[in-house]
Ligand binder design. Structure first.
Ligand SMILES: NC(=O)c1ccc[n+]([C@@H]2O[C@H](COP(=O)([O-])OP(=O)(O)OC[C@H]3O[C@@H](n4cnc5c(N)ncnc54)[C@H](OP(=O)(O)O)[C@@H]3O)[C@@H](O)[C@H]2O)c1
Length: 348
C-alpha cells in the first residue's frame, strides 16, 4: 500500500516534490479478507487527483481545515472494489471518493457511512476510471453547479471563463455551448491552449492572457470579441481577470466565484475592488460557491445528468496523465505552472 504525505506547511511559493513523501506499507490481501468484518469494503484506488484547493490547505492558519504535516493527504480518488461484506457494494463496482490518498483503503460500514464515497455509473471501466476524479467527480460537479445553478445561463448569452483549458473551465465552456448555445470566450496561458479551447472544446474565442500585461489590455482584448459586454463570468483565477470581467459585465450580469488561483502560492489573498452602487442599478449578482452541494446531491442532479452529457458528447474529456504515485507532486505542481490541459490524473 502506498500513500502520500505532506512533510511540512508551505506558506508560500511553488509546491514541489521536496514538500511530500510517499509512504509504503505491507498489505496482505488474503489476511485482510479473512479479517474483514461485516459491512466492510476494500477499495483499490486506480487514480489519484491533484486539485488546486489543496494548495491553500498547505498553509497553516490560513485555512479552516488545514492539512496536518506527517498525515496522509486527503483528496479525490477513484478505483474499484476488490472485496466486500457490504450489501451495497459488490466486487468490481467502480467508485469515486474523497479519502486519504492510499492505494488500498479498508472501510467499516460505519466509516463508510461517514465518508464521501459514491458509485460510478455503468459507462465506467478500467480505461476511463479517471472520469471519477474529473467529469463525473469533483471538477465535473463544480462546472455543473457553477454554470447551471449559480450563473443560470439563458439561451445565447455571452460567457467569459478563465483557466479555460483546465479541468473545470473547459467543462463550463463545453456545457454552456452544447446545452444553451452560449457565446463562449475563454482565457488561458499560451497559444497551444488557445487552439485546444477553440478547436477541441468549441469555444468561440480564446485569449492568451500571457500576452497581456494589464487589466486595461485584457478589457480591450475582451471588447474586441464582446463589444456589447458579457452576461456571465466564471472566475477560476481572480485578480486581473475578475477586475476586467466586472468592467465588461452587462445589466443583469452574473459572476460565479469558483477559484482565485493567482493567489494560491502567496501568503495573503488579494482583494479586488468593486462598486456596490453599480450593482444596484445594473442588478448584477456575484456569488461564491462550493461544489460539495452538487457532489453530494443536495442541489441539482449532477450524478444523473453528467453521465448522459458524456454519452451524448455534450462534453468531451481532456486529461494530462502522470504515471505512478511518485509523480503526484509533479502533477500537483503542474496546476500552478500551467503544465496541464484538462484534468490532472495520477495513475496509481
Ligand atoms: N469552488 C469550488 O468548489 C471549486 C471546485 C473545484 C475547483 N475550484 C477552483 O477552480 C479553479 C480551476 O480548478 P481546476 O481543478 O479546473 O484546475 P485547472 O484549471 O485544471 O488547473 C489550474 C490552471 O490554472 C491556471 N493558472 C495557474 N496559475 C495561474 C495564474 N497565476 N493566473 C492565471 N491562471 C493560472 C493554469 O492554466 P493557464 O495555463 O491557462 O494559466 C492551470 O492550468 C481553481 O481556482 C480551483 O481552486 C473551485
Amino acid at each position: 500500500v502506498k500513500s502520500i504525505r505532506l512533510l511540512d506547511y508551505v506558506p508560500e511559493g511553488l509546491p514541489g516534490p521536496e514538500h511530500f513523501d510517499i509512504v509504503t506499507e505491507i498489505f496482505n490481501f488474503e489476511e485482510s479478507l479473512v479479517n474483514l468484518t461485516p459491512d466492510s469494503v476494500i477499495f483499490r484506488a486506480q487514480v489519484f487527483s491533484a486539485d488546486p484547493y489543496l494548495r491553500n490547505r498547505m498553509k497553516a492558519g490560513r485555512h479552516l481545515d488545514p492539512l496536518i504535516p506527517g498525515e496522509i493527504i486527503k483528496g479525490y480518488t477513484a478505483g474499484v472494489v476488490i472485496a466486500s461484506k457490504n450489501d451495497k457494494w459488490q466486487v468490481g463496482d467502480y467508485y469515486g471518493a474523497n479519502l486519504p490518498l492510499k492505494t488500498i483503503t479498508i472501510l467499516s460500514g460505519e466509516a463508510l457511512s461517514k465518508s464521501l464515497v459514491w458509485k460510478l455509473p455503468s459507462i465506467i471501466n478500467d480505461l476511463n476510471i479517471s472520469y471519477g476524479i474529473g467529469v463525473l467527480g469533483m471538477p465535473g460537479s463544480t462546472a455543473y453547479g457553477g454554470l447551471i445553478d449559480v450563473l443560470r445561463p439563458l439561451q445565447g448569452e455571452t460567457i467569459f471563463i478563465s483557466a479555460a483549458a483546465g479541468a473545470v473551465g473547459g467543462l463550463v465552456g463545453m456545457l454552456a455551448k452544447s446545452l444553451l448555445n452560449c457565446r463562449v470566450i475563454g482565457s488561458c496561458g499560451g497559444e497551444s491552449k488557445v487552439n485546444l479551447v477553440k478547436e477541441k472544446f468549441g469555444f468561440d474565442h480564446a485569449i492568451n492572457y500571457k500576452n497581456i500585461g494589464s487589466k486595461e489590455e485584457l478589457i480591450a482584448a475582451l471588447r474586441e470579441v464582446a463589444p456589447e459586454g458579457i452576461d456571465m463570468y466564471f472566475d477560476n483565477v481572480g485578480g486581473m481577470h475578475l477586475e476586467a470581467a466586472l468592467e465588461l459585465l452587462r445589466v443583469r450580469g452574473r459572476i460565479a466565484i469558483c477559484g482565485q488561483i493567482v493567489d494560491y502560492n502567496s501568503k495573503e489573498m488579494a482583494n479586488v475592488p468593486f462598486s456596490p452602487w453599480k450593482m444596484i442599478y445594473t442588478q448584477q449578482r456575484i456569488e461564491g460557491f462550493l461544489c460539495s452541494d452538487w457532489l453530494v446531491g443536495k442541489k441539482g442532479n449532477f450524478h444523473r445528468d453528467m453521465p448522459k452529457f458524456v454519452i451524448d458528447g455534450k462534453v468531451i474529456v481532456e486529461e494530462t496523465v502522470f504515471e505512478g504515485i511518485e509523480s503526484w507532486p509533479l502533477g500537483f505542481q503542474s496546476l500552478f505552472t500551467g503544465g496541464n490541459t484538462g484534468k490532472v490524473v495520477i495513475r496509481v
